[in-house]
Design a protein around this ligand. Structure first.
Ligand code: ADP
Ligand code: MG
Length: 258
């Protein structure tokens, strides 16, 4: 029961309360390996939420359930108002077009130039209202990631950080409403990692995109997160701002911040 003396809930970090992604009681097992057990979390429009967890805790499994690469055993995932569990192939494809993913591996095509890599999602998605503007769209996406002069290069000519930027540009070109980042800074040197974290913030501010970021790089978590959710024991074990979790009394939470 609410009382008048109870403090008001904190406002959504972005000033908008619209929820774009809801995870309710998600469970996913592989045989006896109960990876996700009862995971619940939501994401607001324009908000960056970072899911933090140890290696093997189920972070990538969670992302794969959201984009439909894996099917949760139980629970409900709602993306932009649509219950992912009830969608057929075609509806799921249309929904995926509003989501951007940045995989840990970048998943660039090595035999294609940067321009061809960026054109690829445009060929797959029917962007009827933007036909004929492909060249400008590629250029804009490259400039958004600070690599405006790389269109004719091959991925192998670029550094790890540049390839990560190109993979982000390929995601941005479809103007997603939500971007899912799986460990965007893993494998990068600390300075490049910090640049990528800065870029994730820039994208959020420029396009008001919501981001669901998986990470265990605490420097990146601090720079990127409006809100942090800790995945442990298959659940959302704790959540709050970086500062709130950093002074959390539970040693399992605190352990990430030392
Ligand atoms: N397709 C799969 N088949 C069987 N086990 C899997 C599969 N995908 C992930 N797992 C298991 O789920 C657990 C969580 O994996 P993952 O989500 O990749 O962890 P992380 O938090 O490091 O991203 C691991 O024990 C992994 O072995
Ligand atoms: Mg992973």
């Amino acid at each position: 029961m609410k009382t008048l003396t109870e403090p008001a809930p904190p406002p959504a970090p972005t000033g908008s309360a619209e929820v774009v992604l809801t995870l309710e009681h998600i469970a996913k097992s592989f045989g006896d390996n109960h990876v996700l057990q009862d995971f619940s979390l939501n994401l607001h429009r324009g908000e960056n939420v970072v899911v933090l967890g140890k290696s093997g805790s189920g972070k990538s499994v969670l992302v794969k359930c959201i984009i439909g690469l894996l099917k949760a055993d139980s629970g409900r995932i709602t993306v932009l108002g649509q219950d992912v569990g009830t969608l057929g192939h075609e509806a799921m494809d249309q929904l995926r077009a509003k989501l951007g993913f940045l995989f840990q591996s970048n998943a660039l095509y090595d035999s294609m130039t940067v321009r061809e890599n960026l054109l690829f999602p445009l060929r797959r998605q029917w962007l009827a209202d933007r036909r004929g503007q492909e060249k400008e769209m590629v250029q804009q996406a490259l400039e958004d990631v600070g690599l405006g002069d790389t269109a004719e290069k091959m991925p192998a000519e670029l550094s790890g950080g540049q390839r990560k930027r190109i993979a982000l540009a390929r995601t941005l070109i479809l103007r997603p409403e939500i971007i899912l980042y799986d460990e965007p800074t893993t494998g990068l040197d600390p300075i490049t990692a910090r640049e990528i974290s800065g870029l994730i913030r820039e994208v959020q501010q420029k396009y008001q995109t919501a981001a669901f970021v998986i990470s265990h790089d605490m420097d990146s978590v601090r720079l990127v997160a409006d809100r942090v959710a800790l995945l442990a024991d298959g659940r959302c074990y704790a959540q709050g701002t970086y500062a709130e979790l950093a002074k959390h009394e539970d040693p399992r939470v605190h352990a990430f911040f030392i």
